[in-house]
Design a protein around this ligand. Structure first.
Ligand SMILES: NC(=O)c1ccc[n+]([C@@H]2O[C@H](COP(=O)([O-])OP(=O)(O)OC[C@H]3O[C@@H](n4cnc5c(N)ncnc54)[C@H](OP(=O)(O)O)[C@@H]3O)[C@@H](O)[C@H]2O)c1
Length: 207
């Protein structure tokens, strides 16, 4: 699959690198051409470009920018109507990462869908970037909850998750992002408030 990574930060390079190692055609997009090239080289991606260049050529877009940059970033992508857009963002209000926006009857993911018309798939938003870079926990695969309305897009992302060492779990329609976004807040509280650190992940048990 041709995947555009939007934002060359921790989540973009971590997940983008994992997709590249799994054999996908990954292209890194950055606001800065030289940074895009350097990040692409670092993670073994096939290419790089501006946000618009990589997004327009992609089958799937991995959105990995901070919430406060989401709306302006989406506006730079061009027409992404009906494309798969993997949303790992959490709607933190600012750089302190202290508080998320809460919208009654909506979520960050639904706002991204409304702005773009893309097939938005919420995934990996509750997985720390340290875990994204190294998924193994004594042989157990971390759960990645996946919320989306379009079954084909959801399965494509579940397949990416399986190929990169996760246990994908169908968390329901995109509206379930209303629960997945606060779940990331719980992970951050446990990691940095309680002191467990960012080498923790969730595992759904089934029987
Ligand atoms: N870090 C985690 O453990 C983690 C876990 C789950 C979810 N998330 C979510 O994933 C998203 C990315 O997190 P991250 O930790 O990867 O962030 P990061 O390391 O700060 O990288 C974010 C990237 O976004 C791009 N960007 C575009 N506009 C920006 C702006 N106005 N200010 C800053 N960066 C901007 C930058 O890439 P270019 O300069 O290359 O364009 C930057 O490298 C966030 O929404 C976060 O809530 C993070």
């Amino acid at each position: 699959m041709r995947i555009a990574v939007i934002g060359g930060g921790r989540m973009g390079t971590g997940l983008g690198g994992a997709f590249a190692r799994a054999g996908h055609d990954v292209h890194v997009g950055s606001r800065d051409g030289a940074r895009a090239e350097a990040k692409a080289r670092e993670i073994g991606a096939a290419g790089s470009g501006s946000y618009a260049e990589v997004a327009q050529a992609a089958d799937a877009i991995l959105l990995t920018v901070p919430w406060w940059a989401v709306s302006e970033t989406l506006a730079l992508l061009g027409d992404v109507d009906r494309k798969i857009l993997i949303d790992v963002t959490n709607p933190y209000k600012d750089e302190t990462y202290a508080e998320q926006h809460v919208w009654p009857g909506s979520s960050g993911a639904e706002k991204i869908r409304d702005q773009t018309g893309a097939q938005v798939v919420k995934a990996w938003n509750h997985v720390f970037s340290r875990v994204v870079s190294e998924t193994t926990f004594d042989g157990a695969a971390p759960t990645v909850f996946i919320a989306a309305d379009d079954a084909v897009s959801k399965e494509a992302v579940a397949s990416l998750a399986r190929e990169t060492g996760y246990d994908p779990v169908d968390a329901g329609p995109l509206a379930a992002a209303r629960y997945l976004e606060p779940l990331a807040g719980l992970m951050v509280t446990m990691a940095y408030g309680v002191g467990l650190g960012p080498q923790i992940a969730l595992k759904l048990l089934r029987r």
